[in-house]
Design a protein around this ligand. Structure first.
Ligand code: CU
Length: 112
C-alpha cells in the first residue's frame, strides 16, 4: 500500500518572514553573510513595509555581484568584504536577493 506524502512546509500563508533591525535613522537594515558556500543562518525572507528605507548589507568571502530582483539593483562585492544596497521600498512584492554570478539565493525581500 502506497503512502502519499504532500509537500512539506507548504501552507497558504507561505513562509514566515523575519523583521529587519531598525537603525537609529529609521532605516531597516538587513545583513546577510555568505561564507563557505552557504548563507549564514540560511535563506531568510525579510518583511518590510511599503515606503520604508531599506539597507541591504551583504558580506561575502567570494567576489560576486549582489542582485536584488524586481528593483533590479546590484552591487559588486569583493572577497572578504561587504557591500550595501540602499533603496526606497516602494514596489510591493517578494523579491529574490542573489549572488548573481553563482546564481545563489541569499535572501528574499518581502515588501508589503
Ligand atoms: Cu539576479
Amino acid at each position: 500500500m502506497a503512502v502519499l506524502l504532500g509537500p512539506a512546509g507548504c501552507s497558504s500563508t507561505g513562509p514566515s518572514a523575519a523583521t529587519p533591525a531598525t537603525a537609529p535613522d529609521g532605516t531597516l537594515r538587513i545583513e546577510v553573510g555568505y561564507a563557505g558556500g552557504a548563507v549564514a543562518g540560511g535563506v531568510v525572507r525579510y518583511a518590510v513595509p511599503v515606503g520604508s528605507t531599506v539597507e541591504l548589507v551583504v558580506a561575502s568571502d567570494v567576489a560576486d555581484e549582489v542582485h536584488l530582483h524586481g528593483y533590479d539593483r546590484s552591487s559588486f562585492v569583493t572577497a572578504g568584504a561587504s557591500t550595501a544596497i540602499r533603496l526606497d521600498a516602494d514596489l510591493p512584492g517578494v523579491f529574490e536577493v542573489e549572488l548573481e554570478q553563482r546564481g545563489v539565493p541569499l535572501a528574499e525581500l518581502q515588501v508589503g
